[in-house]
Design a protein. Structure first.
Length: 376
C-alpha cells in the first residue's frame, strides 16, 4: 500500500487478510490453483513471534507442497518466527517470479471495512499513511487472528482461564543442552530456556499459572529481572507478554468471509499446536474456495464456502482438548522441574527433566524426516 507498480488490483478472486502462517498457506495454495490472489498484512514483512512450536506431520506435508521440504531440518521443534519467515519468503518469491497470476502483496495494510453480499465482498483497505483502497473480492480469507471482530465479525468465545506467557529471544549462546528451567514454589511461575537453531541464541519463557494472577506488566518486569540475572543479552525478538487462553468461534461463518487460524479459534499456543492447525486451515480454505468458484452454480458455491468455514471451526474444536489437557496437567508438569524462587535463579540451578522429549513424541507423533544431503 505504498504506491507499488503496477497499480493495486480492484477485483480479485481471493483476498487474504493477514499473512501469518495460515494466511500465507492460503495465498500460496490459491495462487497454485490459478486464482487471482491479493494478500494484505498490517504487521509488515518480517515475523516477530519467537515462541517454540512443534510441526505436526500433516502441516509438514503441506509445507513441503509449497516448497518448504523440511522447515524444521529434521528436528521436531522450531519457532513461529522461523516458519512465518520461510512462508513469507516463499510467498514473496511467488509474487516476483510467477508468470501466471502472481499474488499481489501489500504490507502495512489492513482491512478497515467489509461488506459481503451474495456474489462478492466489498473490502476497504488502509495503509499506515491513512490512504484507502477499494477492492471487490469473490472470497475473503480472514487470517487476522480475530482483528476483524472490531468490524462486526462474530467474536470468538473464551474456552478457558487467562494464561499469561512472557517470551523473548536473545543472542546469548546457550551454555546447556536440551531445554532447562525451574519453577517457583511461591508464585507458581515456571521459567524455561530453549536453544535456538544452530545454538546461536536462546528463547526464554516465563509461564504464569492460569487464572487471575499478576498483571502482564508485573510478569514482564519479573521476566526481565531474571534475564538480567542470567546474563541474557542482545534481544533478537522483543519481550512479549501473551494471553494464551484458548478461544473458539461459536458457529462457522455463513457468508463469503472464511475465518482460519486464530480467527476461527486459538488452539493451545502454549506448546504451539495452533501453528499446525492454522497451516491446515489455510490450505483447506483455499482448495475449497477454488472448488466453489469453479462450481458454476451460486448455491453450490455458497454451500462449499460454508462447509470450509465449518471444517475450520470443527478442526479447532477437536484440538482444543489438547490445550485443555496441557493446562490441566500443568501443575504436574512443572513439579518435575527444579524448585527454587525465580528471584534467586542462577545458570547452574536450571535443569531439564529426563522425560521431556519422550513426552513430546507421545503428544506430537513421529519426527519429521531429515532433509536429503545438500537440500534445504
Amino acid at each position: 500500500m505504498t504506491g507499488p507498480t503496477p497499480p493495486l488490483p480492484t477485483d480479485v478472486d481471493v483476498l487474504v487478510a493477514g499473512l501469518g502462517l495460515g494466511g500465507c498457506m492460503a495465498a500460496l495454495t490459491a495462487q497454485r490453483l490459478g486464482l487471482r490472489v491479493m494478500g494484505v498484512e498490517a504487521r509488515g514483512r518480517h515475523g516477530n513471534r519467537g515462541r517454540l512450536v512443534v510441526v505436526r506431520p500433516k502441516a509438514q506435508a503441506l509445507l513441503s507442497a509449497v516448497g518448504l521440504t523440511d522447515v524444521t531440518r529434521g528436528r521436531r521443534t522450531t519457532t513461529l518466527k522461523h516458519v512465518e519467515e520461510r512462508l513469507r519468503q516463499t510467498l514473496c518469491t511467488a509474487a516476483d517470479a510467477a508468470t501466471v497470476r502472481p499474488p499481489s502483496l501489500h504490507w502495512h495494510a489492513r482491512v478497515v471495512a467489509l461488506a459481503p453480499d451474495a456474489a462478492s465482498v466489498a473490502v476497504t483497505l488502509q495503509d499506515d499513511d491513512g490512504r484507502q483502497h477499494q477492492v471487490r473480492a469473490r472470497h475473503v480469507v480472514d487470517a487476522t487472528g480475530g482483528k476483524l471482530e472490531s468490524l462486526g465479525r462474530t467474536a470468538r468465545a473464551r474456552t478457558g482461564a487467562r494464561h499469561i506467557v512472557v517470551t523473548a529471544e536473545y543472542a546469548t549462546p546457550p551454555w546447556y543442552d536440551g531445554i532447562v528451567g525451574a519453577r517457583d514454589p511461591h508464585t507458581g511461575d515456571a521459567y524455561f530456556l530453549i536453544p535456538m537453531r544452530g545454538r546461536t541464541g536462546i528463547t526464554a519463557y516465563l509461564d504464569s499459572p492460569p487464572g487471575e494472577g499478576d498483571s502482564e506488566a508485573v510478569l514482564t518486569q519479573r521476566f526481565e529481572a531474571i534475564a538480567e540475572r542470567l546474563g541474557l543479552r542482545d534481544l533478537r525478538q522483543e519481550v512479549q507478554a501473551v494471553d494464551v487462553v484458548q478461544r473458539l468461534l461459536p458457529e462457522p461463518s455463513h457468508d463469503r468471509v472464511v475465518p482460519i487460524g486464530d480467527a476461527a479459534g486459538t488452539v493451545d499456543l502454549w506448546i504451539g499446536a495452533g501453528m499446525s492447525t492454522a497451516i491446515e486451515d489455510g490450505a483447506d480454505a483455499a482448495e475449497a474456495i477454488a472448488r466453489a468458484q469453479r462450481a458454476g452454480d451460486p448455491s453450490t458455491e455458497m454451500r462449499l464456502t460454508r462447509e470450509a468455514s465449518a471444517r475450520a471451526v470443527t478442526r479447532h474444536r477437536r484440538r482444543i482438548w489438547l490445550g485443555r489437557l496441557v493446562v490441566a496437567a500443568r501443575p504436574l508438569i512443572i513439579r518435575l522441574w527444579p524448585t527454587l524462587p525465580l528471584d534467586q535463579v542462577t545458570r547452574d540451578a536450571l535443569r531439564s527433566p529426563r522425560w521431556l522429549w519422550q513426552g513430546i513424541r507421545v503428544v506430537f507423533g513421529r519426527r519429521p524426516p531429515a532433509p536429503a544431503e545438500g537440500r534445504d
